[in-house]
Design a protein around this ligand. Structure first.
Ligand code: G3P
Ligand code: MG
Length: 247
């Protein structure tokens, strides 16, 4: 018997999806303001090992900074503009620390899927830092976050640092051996790209006892199909097209 997914079924991708600059507090606030119950965001380490929200290993696409995230201490990263690239309305939005984002989620009553997104070479270190801080931020709370990563080493390190926190096995395409890998990492869920998932694979994943989450689902017709296959939750950028009560 498959346990019922206890978290929101529509999760806002990178904070506020396409409606706000990704991985910012403004995005998280946008998701809450629109009535969503959960957000996903990406966490990497600064040069001085502060976990912060950003997707790319370089600053260039989503901030007014240049170069590698891991080369800059957090105090400097925090002085960058992470909103102006998106629209003038968000000028002055900063690169948030994971601590700020986690506290904001708790304050707004949002569930979080924390994606551990290590820069190359920092897989274990990032897994440990994120898991330890997640424990501090959510320890004792009734809703706890789900830690996921494309990097098995990050999940393994997170498991060692905070064995009681749920982990999700994140992969683009479900290849052979996904079950052994997810099981070896003690994962409760499998997260994959909706572009490649088949109904048969969805049955297989859920039949093996995992919750199944798909990214990035931006078309209602696809969301509908995935939910009809029994998918537990989707990540979306289109907060305007796929409402919180869609499923
Ligand atoms: O965690 C789901 C999704 O966010 C994975 O892809 O590249 O948007 O972090 P990406
Ligand atoms: Mg992500």
């Amino acid at each position: 018997m498959h346990r019922t997914w206890p978290h929101p079924r529509v999760v806002c991708h990178r904070g506020g999806g396409a409606l706000a600059p990704e991985n910012t507090l403004a995005g998280i606030r946008k998701a809450a303001a629109m009535g969503f119950g959960g957000v996903e965001f990406d966490v990497m380490l600064s040069a001085d090992k502060v976990p912060l929200l950003i997707h790319d290993e370089t600053l260039d696409r989503t901030t007014n900074g240049r170069g590698s995230v891991t080369a800059m201490p957090y105090a400097r990263l925090a002085s960058l503009d992470a909103g102006a690239w998106f629209s003038p309305e968000y000028r002055g939005e900063r690169v948030p620390s994971f601590e700020e984002a986690g506290k904001l989620c708790a304050q707004l009553g949002l569930w979080a899927n924390v994606e551990i997104k290590p820069a190359r070479g920092f897989e274990r270190e990032t897994g440990v830092a994120v898991a330890k801080l997640a424990l501090e931020l959510w320890g004792g709370a009734s809703i706890s976050p789900l830690l996921s990563s494309f990097e098995p080493a990050s999940l393994e390190a997170a498991r060692a640092a905070a064995p009681g926190l749920d982990r999700g096995y994140l992969t683009d395409r479900l290849g052979s051996g996904w079950d052994e890998a997810a099981r070896a990492l003690g994962c409760v869920s499998v997260h994959c790209n909706c572009k490649y998932l088949t109904e048969g694979q969805a049955d297989e994943v859920r039949g093996a006892g995992y919750w199944l989450l798909c990214y990035t689902v931006n078309e209602p017709v696809i969301a509908r199909r995935l939910f009809s296959w029994g998918i537990d939750a989707i990540f979306t950028d289109r907060l305007d097209l796929i409402p919180p009560d869609f499923a």
